[in-house]
Ligand binder design. Structure first.
Ligand code: 5GP
Length: 190
């Protein structure tokens, strides 16, 4: 999406560890018009796929999930993060390694929120190594439901999580794919 790429170039800050900061329009202060345009674009990409639920992980995926779910006319669900491994039987859970914090955590969704008949679209703000997406996809399959695909605001293509998931057969649509950001210079995949 051109508008997203332009905004990343204008306001994105490259931090050490290949972390891109987009707090001024996406992650902390939110440009709501851009957010809802992104939701509409994802709804267009996944039109006629029978999506019945949008799933993300707290906290930074929630705004995008709401925009996508609103555009598709379905509910959004977010997995909660839990540091302890004290997981009860009424929940679906998966272990995820945090790219930005370098730690492991459990993500948890109550069993009631994803039914076997659900066709789930997984969304997130960033895609780096793909751990978050894999964890969410394993929750969907533990529920006996189907993952239709994934939609991401910003994929860091040079970290290859997205390509690995595509090779495994998952449909992954990213609204901007950064091919490199060396020395603070951003290049996008066409
Ligand atoms: P992955 O699990 O694909 O390695 O990383 C994706 C998760 O880590 C996302 O949920 C996102 O919150 C966080 N993340 C990964 N890379 C970045 C980044 O460059 N900037 C920000 N703000 N978050 C990131």
């Amino acid at each position: 999406m051109k508008a997203l790429e332009e905004r990343i170039v204008k306001e994105g800050k490259v931090l050490p560890g290949n972390v891109l900061k987009v707090g001024s329009f996406l992650n902390q202060q939110i440009d709501v018009a851009l957010l809802f345009d992104m939701g509409a674009e994802v709804a267009r990409l996944y039109a006629n796929c029978g999506v019945s639920k949008v799933l993300t992980v707290e906290a930074s995926g929630i705004a995008f999930a709401v925009a996508v779910a609103h555009a598709m006319g379905v509910d959004a669900v977010f997995a909660k993060k839990n540091k302890s491994s004290n997981v009860s039987g009424d929940v679906l859970s998966a272990k995820v390694h945090s790219y930005t914090h370098g730690t492991d955590f459990d993500i948890i969704v109550p069993k009631d929120y994803i039914k076997p008949e659900d066709k789930v679209l997984i969304v997130d703000d960033f895609l780096a190594n793909g751990c978050a997406l894999e964890g969410l996809a394993s929750i969907v399959s533990a529920a006996g439901a189907t993952t239709v695909g994934a939609a991401i605001e910003i994929e860091k293509g040079f970290q290859h999580g997205g390509d690995a998931l595509r090779e495994k057969g998952m449909r992954v649509e990213s609204l901007a794919i950064i091919e490199s950001m060396e020395n603070g210079v951003l290049r996008f995949r066409n």
